[in-house]
Design a binder for this molecule. Structure first.
Ligand SMILES: Cc1ncc(COP(=O)(O)O)c(C=O)c1O
Length: 443
């Protein structure tokens, strides 16, 4: 293995990392020639596939034509063009886009935008944010306060201006011990109850991932969840923020996951695959009406950043959108996503340690349990996810870890490849996972 260069403060401090050298399609190659099948698209990022020359060319041309301009001084065609291209796909009326760099920044932007809309509407007392447990919205302080992943929150908890959290729609381990549909969506009604408890006039917005991702090993909500949430928000004058940093941009087999649920948010949050997984690019989409509400109240949105509305990142974004359109990759994500589900079920369903296989499009999760009958999790100290992940890594298959969905315990892996992955490559992922399960857990 090539030694890691000495001066980098890495995210991973307990082991050496192989040196990645090039990537193409669904594959990453290291300096010693080892190839990895990127079946998680990194952190559920790479949607159009690695090594897209078209994106590289677009970035090069944009940099040559127009380098940095400050977003309060100039508009630029690259930014306008990406917004226009996205507006053709976003669900009804979400036609105004505010661009940032990371998903966390976009979440911060959405929280602040909601607050400013409430102020502009004459509701300055509306400042509480409601979010869900077992969620992920990023690691900057505002996003972390919204995120419901205890292990990430604990070290910083005393420093957070916390959101109020309600249970997620997680039928496998329902917080109320109920079963769908007899539950009548108790987890959505929890929003209503919580709003009544806080006093609705104090609440600015409810934020949630349209399809739960990183903290819950992928969890599509049950039918009726989102329309009920929308109705509750409307009834109480609360803005609805749907976080699609992970599940947007075609990942679930539709351009935006909200389309599966026929629910329109006031604010939609995007990131990750927005640039095809190349440059740091995220966005917040809202309606012209809501943007005008802010404008009418005295001008500007009090938020921004040096690299907001960055033309070079937006050029990458536009090239990625064009690839998704031309190669009909969103349809492919839906079609091959069904194959992923089928193959995972065929390979894993009889394992006593597979508690659940769930997903949508090219976003799948497998939850591991010590006892399938009782769904008892492994103790977190056993680090089952980490062991499975490591064995797969050694075999050249990359998945994404998800832990902590069962109280302090809970083990899962996410399968979320680039949409260009082939059926044969999907077979390899399912087979490898089966082999590794036997090797690590014995069955
Ligand atoms: C739903 C969701 N929101 C926000 C984020 C934060 O994005 P970033 O890591 O780009 O800050 C993530 C990252 O995984 C995410 O999955």
């Amino acid at each position: 293995m090539t030694p890691i260069p000495g001066a980098v403060f890495h995210r991973v401090l307990d082991r050496e990392l192989p040196l990645a050298r090039r990537s193409h399609g669904a594959w990453i190659e290291t300096s010693n020639g080892k190839r990895y099948l990127d079946a998680s698209g990194g952190a559920v990022v790479v949607n159009v596939g690695h090594g897209r020359e078209e994106i590289a060319r677009a970035v090069y041309e944009q940099m040559k034509a127009l380098s940095y301009v400050h977003p309060t001084m100039f508009a630029s065609s690259a930014v306008e063009d990406l917004a226009g291209a996205l507006a053709k796909h976003t669900p009804g009326g979400l036609d105004r886009f505010y661009f940032m760099s990371s998903g966390s920044e976009a979440v911060e932007t959405a929280i602040k935008l909601a607050r400013q809309i409430q102020i502009a509407r004459g509701n300055p007392d509306r400042q509480v944010l409601i979010a869900r447990w077992k969620s992920y919205h990023g690691l900057t302080m505002g996003a972390l306060a919204a995120a419901g992943r205890t292990s990430f929150r604990l070290p910083f908890y005393p420093m957070l201006r916390d959101a109020v959290h309600i249970p997620p729609p997680y039928c496998l381990r329902c917080s109320y011990g109920l079963a769908f549909p007899a539950c009548r969506l108790r987890c959505a009604l929890a929003l209503d109850e919580t709003l009544q408890n806080i006093g609705p006039a104090a609440v600015s917005a409810f934020i949630a991932e349209t399809v739960g991702g990183a903290s819950i090993a992928v969890c599509p909500p049950p039918e009726g969840y989102w329309p009920l949430v929308r109705e509750i928000c409307d009834r109480h004058g609360v803005l609805l923020i749907m976080d699609e940093v992970m599940c947007g941009m075609g990942r679930t087999g539709k351009w935006f996951a909200a389309e599966h649920y026929e629910t329109l948010p006031d604010i939609l949050v995007l990131g990750k695959g927005l640039s095809g997984g190349t440059l740091a690019l995220s966005a917040v989409a809202t309606t012209t009406d809501l943007m005008e509400t802010v404008r009418a109240n005295g001008g500007n949105f009090v938020h921004g950043g040096t690299f907001s509305h960055n033309g070079i990142a937006c050029a990458a974004g536009l090239a990625a959108v064009k690839i998704l359109e031309r190669e009909q990759l969103v349809d492919r994500a839906a079609r091959l996503g069904r194959w992923i589900g089928q193959r995972l079920n065929e390979s894993l369903a009889d394992s006593p340690h597979v508690g659940d296989i769930r997903g949508l499009g090219m976003m799948w999760g497998v939850e591991f349990v010590s006892d399938r009958g009782t769904l008892a999790p492994f103790p977190r100290s056993a680090k089952v996810t980490e062991k499975l992940w490591q064995k797969l890594f050694e075999q050249g298959v990359l998945l994404y870890k998800s832990i902590g969905m069962a109280g302090a315990d809970g083990d899962g892996l996410i399968i979320s490849p680039p949409f260009v992955i082939t059926e044969e490559e999907i077979n390899r992922v399912a087979d490898s996972l089966r082999t590794v399960l036997r090797c690590v857990l014995g069955a």
